[in-house]
Design a protein around this ligand. Structure first.
Ligand code: AKB
Length: 317
């Protein structure tokens, strides 16, 4: 039976993943952790064990793993791309030392580890269309540097010490439960909130900028499917390309307009986030994930938009 520790459990992925894991493995078998309490996250904090864990503190991770007899760590705590450019030192510290600590505890206590990489692990010299699973990875952001190094470190711990490490390269994730913080793809979440609240949105990403995206239910499903995948079938481990759709700001705006005809979008491009977006792939080739563990996303732009608008409307009312 799995006993899971989730770091970053009050973040965009963690808040939903923790609840999903508790449904599958039982409330008491999923320990949520975060560096601090967060208002609005009572569901996660109160529905099962919750611990304050600073991932840069290896002892805190080890203590919680021991106390709850954890055998699987889902390590989500990280700074994202845009905030990583504002605070590169902190991004390195949290993303690299946090992951190193998790892997060391996993090695000592015999835990499996899932940790996400990102499309940010690619850079301007990577082939942009149908970016292959195995290709050039020379990112230009601190976040991207930590993601490539993290992929390599996870592979190293698997090969050298036999730690069962697995990961996916997430595209931009879209969800209505918890807002993302400090990412480049965040516009694709904000646009739904503003469409419902103001009937207009100013995009910080330029027209024509394609990026891979995914709706949260598919992202949760990816994590759980890969964690449970037969290890004999895994040729890759850290980390699998996965995607569900690729669109530019005008595509998502047009989709929203089908449901909210008054909706209008204009642009006020943020040069920092635009440069990051320009350095990332336009679309990923996720055939390795499909072949090795049956990756098969359910939502496209149209079905995601219908669900997002419906769920957000309920939430905002
Ligand atoms: C970001 O925009 O930084 C993240 C990511 C693609 O990893 N959403």
């Amino acid at each position: 039976m799995r006993k899971i520790l989730v770091t970053g459990a009050l973040g965009q992925i963690g808040s939903e993943l923790t609840m999903e894991l508790r449904k599958i493995y039982g409330n008491d078998n999923v320990v949520a952790s975060s560096r601090r309490m967060k208002e609005g996250q009572e569901k996660v904090i109160e529905s099962g064990p919750f611990e304050i864990v600073e991932v840069t503190n290896a002892e805190q991770i080890a203590d919680v793993v021991k106390k709850h007899e954890v055998n699987t760590i889902v390590h989500l705590a990280a700074l994202l791309s845009a905030v990583g450019e504002q605070k590169p030192n902190q991004a390195w510290d949290i993303n690299m030392n946090g992951l190193y600590n998790v892997l060391e505890v996993a090695r000592e206590k015999n835990c499996a580890v899932f940790t996400p990489s990102s499309i940010a692990a690619f850079g301007p010299s990577t082939p942009k269309d149908k970016t292959p699973q195995d290709t050039i990875q020379r990112p230009g952001t601190m976040y991207g540097v930590t993601k490539v190094a993290g992929e390599l470190l996870c592979d190293y711990y698997y090969k050298k010490f036999g730690v069962d490490t697995r990961g996916v390269r997430f595209p931009g994730l879209i969800s209505y439960e918890t807002l993302p913080g400090g990412g480049t793809t965040d516009y694709a979440v904000h646009i739904y909130y503003e469409a419902l609240k103001q009937k207009k949105y100013t995009s910080f990403i330029q027209e024509g900028t394609l990026m891979d995206m995914m709706y949260m239910p598919d992202a949760l499903n990816a994590i759980i499917s890969l964690m449970e995948a037969n290890p004999d079938k895994l040729i890759h481990r850290n980390a699998f390309n996965i995607t569900a759709m690729s669109f530019a700001p005008e595509d998502i705006a047009a989709e929203i307009k089908k449901h909210i005809p008054e909706f209008e979008m204009d642009y006020d491009v943020d040069p920092v986030r635009q440069a990051i977006a320009d350095s990332w792939p336009d679309s990923l080739d996720d055939s390795a994930a499909r072949k090795e563990w049956g990756w098969d996303p359910k939502y496209d732009l149209s079905s995601m938009t219908i669900d997002m608008l419906e769920k957000l409307k309920e939430k905002l009312n």
